[in-house]
Design a protein around this ligand. Structure first.
Ligand SMILES: Nc1ncnc2c1ncn2[C@@H]1O[C@H](COP(=O)(O)OP(=O)(O)OP(=O)(O)O)[C@@H](O)[C@H]1O
Length: 258
């Protein structure tokens, strides 16, 4: 089996004096799968995906993409690596410069990573892929809803042709009614484009609907990982059991409220 992304004994500390944000994390991601990273706030989920997509200064060889050290990719083929590994953040509003029109914001990564200006038709094609149209091109982020801006963030990532799409709490800043739409969009794109999707979430309900694989983090370590049905069906660690019980309680409360 060859993996698209691997971490081997990946550790990371933001400052020498603080506790490590990641400790000896081994993670294997199969191409074309959807992996959910779950765990409580501060457990290291965002740090891990930042490490996986080359945004942290990690020791050579601890993160590999397509059988090659990410440090090597960044040294020799940085733009290709960045194109192939895209990340969508939690808060759509802060992902965009408020002074830029959507057209300018969409074109930026293509200009930086591919050294070309994408024609409007290409921008419109990608907007249509995320359920929007050319009408948003001349607008600014503040003139759009949170759900629309998150769709545009996804379109911007797709424009450079990623193989792995990282989504850090992609729906938690959105209204509940819009969350399912954005999630369905990510699932459709993952299937139709054959993407590998890595979703960070503290929402086990979301992860169990979307992800084939799940990794549970606690204090900078992965405490349990495997196929979602196995991990959730028979959680091995007390922490995963707690997480599952909390998610079941949440869904009971939601059912009663509706
Ligand atoms: N820029 C930073 N500087 C210093 N410490 C940081 C920084 N970012 C994160 N940390 C610390 O690293 C640890 C892991 O944080 P991280 O954001 O990866 O966790 P998380 O699981 O994604 O949390 P959340 O669900 O709240 O986003 C935490 O102790 C956090 O306080």
């Amino acid at each position: 089996m060859s993996y698209i992304v691997e971490t081997r004994q990946l550790s990371y500390r933001y400052r020498a004096t603080t506790a490590p944000a990641l400790e000896n994390v081994d993670l294997l991601v199969e191409p074309g799968t959807t992996l959910g990273l779950v765990g409580e706030s501060g457990s290291g989920k965002s740090t891990l995906i930042r490490g996986m997509c080359g945004l942290l200064p990690t020791p050579p060889g601890t993160v590999r993409y397509q059988d090659r050290a990410v440090s090597d990719w960044l040294r020799h083929d940085g733009r290709a690596f960045r194109r192939q590994n895209q990340i969508v953040f939690q808060n759509p509003a802060s992902s965009f410069d408020p002074r830029m029109t959507i057209a300018t914001a969409l074109a930026e990564p293509v200009k930086a990573l591919e050294r070309r200006s994408p024609p409007t038709s290409e921008l419109v094609d990608r907007l249509e892929q995320v359920g929007l149209n050319a009408g948003v091109l001349g607008r600014h982020p503040r003139q759009l809803s949170g759900g629309q801006v998150q769709r545009i963030a996804i379109a911007r990532a797709l424009l450079v042709g990623p193989r792995v799409l990282y989504a850090d709490e992609p729906t938690s800043a959105l209204d509940v009614s819009v969350q399912a739409q954005v999630l369905n969009l990510l699932m459709d794109l993952q299937r139709s484009l054959g993407l590998t999707l890595v979703v960070v979430s503290h929402d086990l309900g979301l992860v169990s609907r979307v992800c084939d694989q799940i990794a549970v983090m606690l204090s900078g370590s992965i405490v349990e990982a495997g196929p979602t049905a196995e991990v959730l069906g028979d959680p091995k660690t007390p922490y995963s059991r707690q997480l599952l019980a909390a998610a079941e309680l949440d869904s009971l409360i939601e059912e009663e409220a509706s």
